[in-house]
Design a protein around this ligand. Structure first.
Ligand SMILES: [Zn+2]
Length: 215
């Protein structure tokens, strides 16, 4: 028996998603076949606008509806405290802890085994951003009594650790020494191998509070 092409095509699309094997892909497709046409159209429209109507904030690279995201635009946020996360979901998790600084979203993590180097993620953009910010400290556009702090909040995995260390090293190599930039790492409470995204608010809040300086 040959399945209609529109069905095999959708099965193929589902199969590309993480955690979805051929069986689940088939089940989802046939499930959707029973949806009313209008509901399918709403579903299709949200898929279509997912990327089209989403930008990456030009400052922090987080997903945003506008060129500059609501966090970067908020005058009440401390622009001199940047939490570096691997993906947008991690920033949403940290947001629930009441953190009042800003973010930098790398959109990945350095993972040589999967061919992801620093060039594949937004590392350079972070270093440039911090460098620019330290210039502004001396111009007193942000609170000059405070050094810029970069808090590495990547996962407690081997890749997360080495990404944090790599960025720290890059900042120092750019001449941003401890008098200009403090680099710290979230710590306490997060289990080894733990994911930032799945940590509960209290644990994550404590991990942020208990950060230690990366030397
Ligand atoms: Zn932003």
């Amino acid at each position: 028996m040959k399945l209609p092409q529109s069905i095999t095509k959708l099965i193929g699309s589902f199969e590309r998603l993480p955690g979805i094997g051929p069986k689940t892909a088939q089940r989802l497709t046939f499930y959707l076949l029973h949806f009313p046409q209008e509901e399918l159209e709403v579903f299709a429209e949200s898929l279509e606008s997912l990327k089209k109507d989403t930008h990456l904030c030009s400052i922090c690279k987080n997903v945003s509806e506008t060129d500059i995201c609501s966090v970067c635009e908020d005058p009440a946020r401390d622009k001199g405290t940047i939490v570096v996360v691997a993906n947008s979901l991690d920033s949403f998790a940290l947001e629930r802890t009441g953190f009042d600084g800003v973010y930098h979203v790398l959109h990945g993590i350095i993972d040589p085994l999967n061919n992801i180097g620093p060039e594949e993620i937004f590392v350079k953009e972070l270093i440039d951003r911090v460098e620019k910010l330290t210039g502004e400290v001396s111009l007193e556009t942000i609170d000059s009594s405070k050094v810029v702090e970069v808090i590495m909040a990547t996962n407690m995995s081997m890749e997360g650790e080495s990404t944090a260390l790599y960025i720290s090293k890059m900042l120092r190599e750019r001449g941003l020494d401890e008098s200009k930039v403090k680099v710290s790492r979230i710590a306490r409470g997060l289990p080894v191998g733990g994911d930032v995204e799945y940590a509960d608010d209290i644990t994550l809040g404590r991990a942020l509070e208990g950060r230690f300086e990366l030397k």
